[in-house]
Design a protein around this ligand. Structure first.
Ligand SMILES: *Cc1c(COP(=O)(O)O)cnc(C)c1O
Length: 236
């Protein structure tokens, strides 16, 4: 696939326009929605083009693949987000290479992040809690049952980690209603957790190429775009 800074810029512009339309229709013009460029399967050269096109957040779903690109581009080139499931054995590399781990979907991972950072007096990465809002077996993340999630958040906070918000992946091939419901569920869970725990969770990372418009309507603060910006994925 051939892409260029110009093509990425133009795709970014149409995404921004669609986000603005969605914000206008839900009566929230001016609310900030950040676009993360998901560069998984694409080479570092394309990630560099995205940065040149004006993107400041890059998302990768594999620790080793993402780590290679961080090394090539330099860690200061962008804000690097890990958005895929990680194993405990990969946490060491993930906290070294990524500024954020958005896909903390198991307590084991949270414990390992705390052990590798907070316990040593090191700075922790930004963290989002991933919730499996569609309950699909193929999806990762915490159970969306409110009480289970509240207990999990409590345990994670006790580890000394700071949590900035929640992340989810919308249902695969669901109806428009299923999709909107999954995003509304994430927002409702966030609202209840904030109220009950007295803890602020401002970030809602939800919405990908096929479903970012409903995600914005339901309150996304960050949307994660891969194919919309770069065309089809390259290797997988
Ligand atoms: C791949 C991926 C994206 C981007 O998906 P597109 O459909 O290419 O926009 C977003 N979030 C996660 C967690 C992903 O794995």
């Amino acid at each position: 696939m051939i892409t260029s800074v110009e093509i990425i810029k133009s795709n970014l512009q149409t995404a921004i326009e669609r986000v603005e339309d969605a914000l206008n229709s839900c009566g929230e013009p001016g609310r900030t929605v950040t676009i993360m460029a998901v560069t998984k399967t694409h080479p570092a050269s394309i990630a560099a083009m995205a940065i040149e096109a004006g993107v400041t957040l890059l998302g990768e779903n594999r620790v080793s693949e993402g780590g290679r690109k961080v090394k090539i581009l330099g860690k200061n080139a962008a804000e690097f987000h890990m958005i895929g499931p990680i194993h405990t054995g990969e946490v060491r590399q993930a906290v070294r290479d990524f500024h954020w781990i958005d896909s903390v979907g198991r307590l084991k991972i949270a414990r390992e992040i705390a052990r590798r950072t907070v316990s040593k007096g090191d700075e922790q990465p930004g963290i989002l809690i991933e919730v499996n809002t569609s309950r699909e077996a193929s999806k990762h993340g915490f159970n969306p049952d409110y009480h289970l999630l509240r207990d999990a958040l409590g345990e994670i906070l006790e580890l000394g980690l700071r949590i900035s918000g929640l992340m989810t992946v919308g249902p695969l091939g669901g109806t428009e209603l299923d999709t909107s419901e999954a995003f509304a569920l994430l927002r409702n869970l966030r609202d209840r957790l904030e109220r009950d725990c007295g803890y602020e969770l401002p970030e809602l990372s939800m919405g990908m190429s096929d479903d970012f418009v409903p995600a914005v309507a339901e309150g996304a603060t960050t949307i994660r775009l891969g194919r919309y910006l770069f065309g089809p994925r390259q290797i997988d």
